[in-house]
Design a protein. Structure first.
Length: 116
């Protein structure tokens, strides 16, 4: 089992920044990637960003490219999401995600609210 704990959400105004953190614990030795998804009210959960530890390769949704940056420390199994130039449409619950030994894991989510 892998446990994921997110932190760093909050309420900000449009144009401001937030940094989310996610720490993995438990059976983490097979983790090769970590990422973030988000779910706004009434919408499906959507991909935001992912980092693959080998080579620190990153992927982003088109909606956040140039504004969000994913980074992390694979030795600590910790991933960060730096969110700049936040928009009201970024308002959602943000979930950390990883895979280990063929099984997917999710954190409990952290609320990000961006006011206009």
């Amino acid at each position: 089992q892998v446990q994921l704990v997110e932190s760093g959400g909050g309420l900000v105004q449009a144009g401001e920044s937030l940094r989310l953190s996610c720490a993995a614990s438990g059976r983490t030795f097979n983790i090769y990637r970590m990422g973030w998804f988000r779910q706004a009210p009434g919408k499906e959960r959507e991909f935001v960003a992912r980092i693959v530890w080998s080579g620190k390769i990153t992927y982003y949704a088109d909606s956040v490219k140039g504004r969000f940056t994913i980074s992390g420390d694979n030795a600590k199994n910790t991933v960060y999401l730096q969110m700049n130039s936040l928009k009201p449409e970024d308002t959602a619950v943000y979930y950390c995600n990883t895979n280990s030994s063929g099984k997917g894991y999710w954190g409990q989510g952290t609320q990000v609210t961006v006011s206009s």
